[in-house]
Design a protein around this ligand. Sequence first.
Ligand code: NAP
Length: 251
Amino acid sequence: MNLTGRVALVTGGSRGIGRAIVARLAGAGAKVAFVYQSNQEAAEALAAELKAQGSEVLAIKADVSSKEEADQAVEQVTTAFGRLDILVNNAGITRDGLLATMTSDQWRQVIDTNLTGVFNFCQAATRTMMSQRYGRVINMSSVAADFSNPGQVNYAASKAGIEGFSRCMATELAKRGVTVNCVAPGFIETDMTVAVVNSFGDKIKQSIPVRRLGKPEDIANAVHFLASEESSYITGQTLKVDGGLTLGGMG
Ligand code: NAP
């Protein structure tokens, strides 16, 4: 799945799952821009590492929840690299709390980043992809979209929203050569899950049929396929990458 000549933009690309996606797409030959919010050190380290390997990489500081910053980020990519073929909306946060005590800020921060961020970047990228008559959009959902965790009404709503959004967008853009799909990870070892893994790691492993937590590279594998030309007949779908966590079997 060679991506030479393709240009990709990955939000939340400085750490965790996004970092693995950036490295994978660059390794497959794409020119890759990635957006981070505040951790400049992590962003610079990734950009330097990939440039040393001969990849063309652009790190962009932007808040995905800002429409203006999303428009500017996409503009920066098309100016630097001339086109935009692959958009991976990966940036996401959790602000967990039970509904009874969840603050409006906790609700808003998660919806603004996880869901409005997807709207902002999809809208900013759509015109370019439509005029190219080619695009691959991959939106990062979660098994939380249809698997209930207490304390995550905000996060589950944002991820279920992303899946509905992606299905509608897929139908709007299919005839223009643009596919839109979601990847829904299970438990992946990143900064986001470090606290829960430290407390319940062994218990979590026992609940996963393949008996291991996921690695960011497991998600990058799925994204790489959906970002390739080989996935052209797949659109509007959600691919769960969860080691069988949500199968509901007795294993
Ligand atoms: P992570 O390690 O916490 O990394 C989050 C990334 O998003 C960082 O690059 C961060 O930038 C960026 N980010 C956060 N808010 C942003 C904003 N407002 N604007 C721009 N960038 C922002 O997270 P992760 O575990 O890799 O998760 C990545 C995605 O996978 C998320 O959408 C998450 O919901 C989803 N997911 C994760 C898991 C899991 O088990 N880890 C499971 C299911 C779904 P900075 O470095 O600048 O902070």
